[in-house]
Design a protein around this ligand. Sequence first.
Ligand SMILES: [Zn+2]
Length: 661
Amino acid sequence: MAGVAKKVRGRVLFLLSGFTILFLLLIVRLFYIQVIDSAEYQQKAMEQWTRDVPVPSKRGVIYDRNGKELATSAPAYEIYVRPVEVKDIDKENVAQTLSEILQMDKADLLMKVSAKKDTQIIKKKVDSDTVKILREKNIKGLIFVDDSKRFYPQSNFASYILGFINYDNQGSDGVEATFEKYLNGFPGRDIKMTDAQGRELPGSDRKYYEPEDGLNLILTIDEVIQHFAEKAVESSLIETKAKRVTAIVMEPKTGDVLAMAVKPDYDNNNPRKIPEDLLEQWSSMSSTEQYNALYKTWRNPAISDTYEPGSTFKTITSAAGLEEGVVKPEDTFYCSGSVLVAGRRLKCWRSYNPHGSQTFVQGVQNSCNPVFIEVAQRLGKEKFYKYIQGFGFGSPTNIKLMGEASGIVRNLNAVGPVELANNAFGQGITVTPIQLVTAVSAIINDGYLMEPRIAKKLVDSEGKTVYDFQPREVRQVISKGTSATMRKILESAVAEGSGRGAYLPGYKVGGKTGTAQKAENGRYVPGKYVASFVGFAPANDPRVTVLVVIDEPSGSYYGGVIATPVAKSIISDTLRYLDVKPQYTEEEAKQLMKGKVVVPEVRNMKLKEAKKLLSESKLKYRLEEEQGEPTEDSLVLDQTPRASAKVDEGSVIIIYAKPKE
Ligand SMILES: [Zn+2]
């Protein structure tokens, strides 16, 4: 018996130890599942049983200063699929249908509808027409979520101010980028508990987090003035065959940017459209090259391009000289055609026929280089540079747009007598268009430099103001008195000087022209010019400052010929729109009573014949020549106004003649 008992005990022991081992193994496994691997298991369980769909927020609308919509969001949809709801035998067909309607890769779609996950995104930004077609197919497992698609009602309009939206719904460039965090809002979520087939479980928790809509942005831009500027810039681009034409319209008292027009531009609704000049080589370009080419078209020249301002910078030299009292309007200067500076002979543009004796005011009208060299010398580099920096050159203006450049202003230690003299007439220094228009606005706005303002307000969907961006004064650079003197001098530069092309009867226009050779890699490039004009009106109480910059025109390159008419057109349209009533001087009133004459074509005529024809047509003329002395037999290269324009009898026609070889 004892033997049997022993056997039984042994078997029990054996069984017991076996159970113990099994039990221990189970514990280990449980520990592993519950503790070590639980996160993964839980997530798998949650994926099967919850449906979590993002709810997009509505992006804010961008308005002009008068409430006109410049960027809005049109209805669109995000399409998701729940693979568990698509039967295995249907998966192939569903992928095929989706691929045809949405024009997507079928293999990718098949992977998505077969995925072992709950919801899968198929496509964003699908328009409502396409969604309608898809809905009619009654495909089980498809989910349509309301979203919006950015829409710019006027396509190529204020392109560089607005910017565009990238594939991730974020602002790229322009105010879309700088105000991204306000415009975007916060997306919500819709979380439901479901069974394995994706049906919502009755009585289960459903969590819905409402999206928060983005704020609406009100710009300082006036849609109507922007139209005037774009129209003028577009026709200038066609006429001058320039590389680029830029115009900025600013309200000098506030620094408000009323318009910023650049041509060529891009279509904000389709920013990745292949630039026309690259259509042929596009497919052979690398993706980096393609991106760089597109990036160039998005770059805003009004704030990112720097150029030598040339004679428009004489406004800065004049303001500094008058403010420091080193020059008075009636002071006399003498131009002998050139000035010797530290052994270097710096020429006046009219060295062949020097200006001779002239007052300072006449010096501005004549744009005579030696006058400005002398003013800068009287100031000395410390004082002159105090004003150059005071007017904001060398630093960004802090306009709320992407990619602003600072321009190049020398370190004071690197300014010798020659550099000082060159700076006096706008050479050896680079500026951005926004810097120049802001500085000249300060000169005529009682000396107050304003920060250029592009955004006025952020408002919520009920129209309540959330952020109010007030005009910001940076500093006062010159006194009210100097500013008033500058307005008068610059008015005379348009009425009597090279800015004549911007003369507008009934409205006092002030301004200064500029014609500068382009520098590349430290050298001036023959045949490449920047023609510009900066002006303001009415001169006694300015409502607008306008800068026009024509980059690399193909024919005539004089600021006085090609840039003044663009500014004149913008100023004339804008002042009428702003309801500024014309006030004719006695002289202008007399002119109004006189007859109109049609300007004859004098280009390519000999100078003496052109003069004869103009006086026969009851017109006066003024010979402007920046490149050398013409003879009576020299050919007329250009004229302003151009032939067939209707002008008052006795008007001045500016002519440019080919210099003697
Ligand atoms: Zn001169």
